[in-house]
Design a protein around this ligand. Structure first.
Ligand SMILES: C[S@@+](CC[C@H](N)C(=O)[O-])C[C@H]1O[C@@H](n2cnc3c(N)ncnc32)[C@H](O)[C@@H]1O
Length: 317
């Protein structure tokens, strides 16, 4: 699993990744509603609005209220028209049902975190700046990761570091964290413990794995992606498209499996007499292998380095 060092993520304004490819894949979608499931700074939505203003009505979902407010303001200044909703993307289908919206034309997921979340220590995502140990996209959960650490046994913490961070020193780190005499409430405290365990030389790589693992656990990221993709694919119009950009192998592997299942291939584990996974031929996979950004983009936007894009198209009923 490749991770970007935090330093290269944090470069002020969030530069959206693979915007040209996103708009290219949306070109032939039927007219209607475009959903940005991960609005962030709104770079992708703004590009879609500018390219397809006569084709799509844009709706953007963002869980982080601080980010949403900033993007709302920016859109107003830039004249970008979009309905912006503060919500977990796992609840998009519920929101659309509440609004009596029965179908959508396209949906984009640009997973992971926003550079602004890394830059703001108050968000509690940074292992290089001190702040409340949150790692939650939901601003109301200021000490979410601190609480998780407090509640977890050493074994559970080891499993989180192993499964969500592929951290080789998972056990050692979990033990040091659980044996720390003081309650850990800040990103700085957690970083100090990591530094003590692995030393300065391995600090950045280890901290990025540990923080990523905690972030995935705190936000139930994989569960939310699964719930969201499985519930929005049925809402796509025939010929409508789903585009997903992911940044690490756990996300990309999950998206690959969900696309396979929704294209009719069973993903049940082991031999089962009757398929349990809900496979059905709802979509056609457009990108059998994930698309990577080109070298020019990687050079100018280091965050693009680990990006992988998968696209699928809704089948006719
Ligand atoms: C990589 S950024 C998106 C950047 C965006 N495409 C742009 O152009 O600025 C991902 C965003 O998704 C948001 N996010 C993460 N998990 C979410 C969830 N479960 N529901 C809604 N938003 C989420 C994060 O807060 C973050 O702002």
């Amino acid at each position: 699993m490749r991770r970007l060092p935090e330093r290269s993520l944090s470069n002020g304004k969030h530069v959206p990744v693979m915007t040209g490819q996103v708009t290219r894949f949306l070109q032939d979608c039927p007219p209607g509603i475009f959903v940005d499931a991960t609005l962030g700074g709104g770079g992708h939505t703004a590009a879609v609005f500018k390219s397809f203003r006569d084709v799509f009505t844009c709706i953007g979902f963002e869980l982080d209220a601080r980010i949403l407010e900033r993007t709302k303001k920016a859109f107003k200044e830039e004249g970008v028209e979009a309905e912006l909703v503060q919500s977990n993307f796992s609840r998009i289908a519920e929101y659309l049902a509440m609004k009596h919206i029965e179908s959508i034309s396209a949906i984009l997921y640009d997973l992971g975190i926003n550079s602004q979340q890394i830059d703001n220590p108050e968000s509690g995502f940074s292992y290089l700046q001190d702040g409340p140990l949150s790692l939650s996209f939901d601003n109301t959960r200021a000490y979410a990761a601190a609480m998780l650490i407090e509640e977890c046994s050493e074994q559970r913490l080891t499993d989180i570091f192993k499964n969500y961070g592929q951290e080789p020193k998972a056990k050692l780190l979990a033990r040091a964290i659980k044996n720390n005499p003081r309650k850990i409430t800040t990103t700085g405290q957690l970083s100090s413990i990591i530094r003590e365990v692995v030393g300065e030389r391995f600090f950045i790589k280890t901290a990025s794995r540990v923080f990523q693992a905690l972030r995935i656990a705190v936000n139930d990221e994989l569960g939310c992606i699964e719930k969201s993709i499985d519930s929005t694919i049925p809402l796509l119009k025939a010929g409508g498209r789903i585009v997903v950009i992911s940044y690490h192998s756990l996300e990309d592997g999950l998206v690959k499996r969900l696309f396979r299942k929704n294209s009719g291939k069973c993903i049940c584990i082991g031999k089962v007499p009757v398929c349990q996974c809900g496979a059905g031929p709802r979509i056609k996979i457009i990108t059998p292998r994930p698309i990577r950004p080109n070298l020019d983009e990687i050079e100018t936007n280091p965050r693009a380095r680990s990006a992988r894009m998968r696209v699928a198209e809704k089948n006719a009923a």
